[in-house]
Design a protein around this ligand. Structure first.
Ligand code: GLU
Length: 496
């Protein structure tokens, strides 16, 4: 017979929202969850948080699976592999969240709020005008009689369900990576919406309910969620549930210490895959972001990381995502490979039949002999482009009098336009290109020349949009951004 409490088995998760390209930040957090689970013989769960249907993108979930698998991180439970605590996609769990919101109503820990959008908008204006000491919801419905509120809801009156946050005292929780508890004045918090008027949960309700029902023992996520955790601990208490342990990892940063962003660094995992970074180098690099192996060792394998892993080697200062450092690590991996391994890596990357079959239609009518293929298709196999030889053409692409700043802004605008769409297919890109040319008041031929030079570094290329698709969205994005920066270097912040 065993006495005392057995430590709970380690169960961790990542919970990405499928809202865009698979982000290096997701791989970063996945890595630490994965390593911690492996270290303790636990389970690593992948849950898709897709309750915000306005932001969810159909192709994004699949890209997340593929990108994480490419990195070499696999999960024990998830939407695609199943598991005992499914479904693992939040959009398939709506009934569970509704039931749990009702539990909180019954306990008196939450309330129905009938305030209209119009009332809330007026409230915001008023608070701003009065320079109120506290912004946010004024708890207007908090003290409605629950029986009346139930009757109004039954009669079909639209409403949301809000959490009763404490109005005084402090909210505190402990974090495995911080010596001091994280504390905040309760009065600063709003009565968080848990269930929206369409019956869908907010992130907070769904996240806490799932972490509890999926028996997550440790919530390891990025620092930016700390203020959410303050609400989550109130929710755990309201349900009467034991809380998981929390670890909020430092945010990856650009060189200027701002939060990593695609304007300053490529953030899609696919960019690194497409430019021939090795997955083991990317993981190794991410592992050094805020965590140290010990000594000054920078290069190590995933298994080696698992064997020495502990949280006390995390330091919280914002680690800088330094591309040069990643490339340096990659170089070391590359030089260590045998010729056979390197040849295999090239084949796995782009020198394979599948990929060549996509390049061939672009250039086949432009070559007479096979030895012309690579020179013709070279821009498909390179990462960054050297614009020096085409600088005059680039500057003059849309007319001699168009200032470089305008060309630069238009290029960035083109990127924004394709980012805002799902997929990356030639017909849609072409349509987008035409609208964009028109919006700039440029002839289509001129505008497309600007795009052609920016994406290929050449004034002549195969079909522009077909070429973009084969080069790949990530590399196209990076090249256009670099070309825009070359035309009009981003302004350095003014010295004080
Ligand atoms: N859905 C959140 C995200 O997009 C999950 C945050 C968490 O791990 O709780 O990252």
């Amino acid at each position: 017979m065993l006495y005392g409490r057995m430590p709970a088995p380690v169960r961790v998760r990542i919970a990405p929202s499928p809202t865009g390209d698979p982000h290096v930040g997701t791989a970063y957090i996945a890595l630490f969850n994965y390593v911690f689970a492996k270290k303790h013989g636990g389970q690593f769960v992948l849950r898709i948080e897709d309750t915000d249907q306005t932001r969810a993108r159909a192709d994004s979930e699949q890209m997340i699976f593929e990108a994480l698998r490419w990195c070499g991180l696999s999960w024990d439970e998830g939407p695609d592999v199943g598991g005992p605590y499914g479904p693992y996609r939040q959009s398939e769990r709506s009934a569970i969240y509704r039931d749990h919101a009702n539990i909180l109503l019954d306990k008196g820990a939450a309330y129905r709020c009938f305030c209209t959008e119009d009332r809330l908008a007026k409230l915001r204006v008023q608070q701003q005008a009065m320079k109120a000491s506290r912004f946010g919801y004024d708890r207007h419905c908090r003290d409605l009689d629950p029986a009346d509120a139930r009757a109004r809801a039954a009669a079909g009156e639209p409403h949301v369900i809000r959490l009763k946050m404490p109005v005084e005292g402090t909210i505190a929780f402990t974090d495995m990576l911080r010596k001091e508890p994280v504390v905040r004045e309760a009065a600063e918090s709003d009565d968080q919406v848990l269930l929206k008027s369409d019956g869908m949960p907010t992130y907070h309700l769904a996240n806490v309910v799932d972490d509890h029902l999926m028996k997550i023992s440790h919530v390891v996520r990025a620092e930016e969620w700390i203020s959410s955790t303050q609400k989550h601990v109130v929710l755990y208490d309201a349900f009467g549930w034991e809380k998981p342990q929390f670890a909020h990892m430092p945010l990856l940063r650009n060189a200027d210490k701002s939060k990593i962003s695609k304007r300053k660094n490529p953030v899609s995992i696919n960019y690194y895959r497409d430019t021939g970074i090795f997955p083991q180098a990317l993981l190794n690099f991410l592992a050094t972001m805020g965590w140290s192996f010990g000594g000054d060792r920078e290069k190590f394998t995933l298994d080696e990381m698992v064997s020495v892993f502990s949280w006390d080697r995390i330091s919280l200062g914002g680690p800088v995502f330094d591309l040069a450092k990643l490339q340096h690590l990659n170089e070391q991996y590359l030089h260590e490979m045998s010729n056979e391994q390197l040849a295999d890596a090239l084949v796995a990357w782009r020198l394979n039949r599948d990929f060549l079959t996509r390049v061939v239609p672009l250039v086949r009518t432009r070559i007479k002999k096979l030895d012309e293929f690579l020179p013709r298709a070279e821009f498909v196999f390179t990462g960054d482009v050297d614009y020096t030889p085409v600088m005059t053409e680039l500057r003059g692409a849309c007319g001699q009098d168009v200032p470089a700043e305008r060309l630069s802004a238009a290029l960035l605008d083109f990127v924004e336009r394709f980012e805002a769409r799902e997929g990356f297919a030639a017909p849609a890109l072409e349509e987008l290109g035409r609208t964009w040319a028109e919006a700039n008041g440029w002839k289509v031929g001129q505008a497309f020349m600007l795009l052609r030079i920016a994406t290929t570094g050449r004034t002549a290329s195969p079909g522009l949009f077909e070429t973009m698709v084969v080069i790949g969205k990530e590399i196209v994005r990076r090249r256009i951004r670099q070309c825009a920066a070359l035309l009009a270097p981003p302004k350095a912040p003014k010295a004080k």
